[in-house]
Design a protein around this ligand. Structure first.
Ligand code: MG
Length: 203
């Protein structure tokens, strides 16, 4: 399986990182070794002094597909979840400044934390899903899927032009503003439409 991530999908996060808004979705991929076990802590890797949390709505692909029309994209997923795209921001800034690929900053072991999955029929309107992340009990990221620049179905249509989607692939749909550094012993807790969707400790 593979993990397909969308970058710069919320205007407020583009602004906080001083990035530019692209006219097409920004895509990057994490390997299956990036998946973090949801029952274990997240360990800050020794090559970074600044790992950030990015809470994101996740989509679990349940059918194989290529060149999927956005009108039919909803047939390719039943489960929606919440996860964290852990990012070594210091490494990413160095790579970006040299125009180099981001993999070392974004795709390292454990960088894709996947929380609980929910049947999409239990979540109501997927275009208006609220989600949030608390760090040590304080809300640090809070948004709504209505603020995505590209919707889940538009993302599936775009991504599947380049990559065949397979059963078990996970799409990370981008993070809103509020990303910040995680420190040893921080506790992260995420909610999706008011339901507890993830919980982890940083080590
Ligand atoms: Mg992200």
């Amino acid at each position: 399986m593979k993990i397909i991530c969308i970058g710069r999908n919320y205007a407020d996060h583009i602004d906080e990182l001083d990035s530019f808004r692209s006219d097409e979705p920004l895509i990057f991929i994490k390997p299956d070794t990036a998946i973090a076990q949801s029952n274990l802590p997240f360990f800050i890797p020794e090559f970074s002094n600044e790992v950030h949390h990015e809470v994101e709505v996740l989509v679990l692909i349940n059918r194989i597909g290529k060149h999927i029309h956005s009108k039919f994209a909803h047939k390719y997923y039943d489960q929606i979840g919440l996860g964290i795209d852990f990012t070594a921001r210091d490494v990413q800034q160095q790579l970006k400044s040299k125009g180099l690929p981001w993999e070392k900053a974004k795709a390292f072991d454990g960088s894709a934390f996947v929380g609980k999955w929910f049947d999409k029929s239990t979540l109501g309107d997927l275009g208006k899903l609220s989600f949030s992340l608390q760090k040590n009990g304080e809300v640090v990221q809070k948004s709504d899927t209505s603020l995505m620049l590209w919707s889940v179905d538009e993302i599936i249509a775009y991504v599947s032009k380049y990559f065949t989607l397979k059963i078990g692939d996970i799409i990370f749909t981008g993070t809103p503003a509020g990303v910040s550094q995680v420190m040893k012993n921080d506790r992260l807790e995420g909610h999706l439409n008011g339901k507890k969707a993830l919980n982890l400790i940083i080590k």
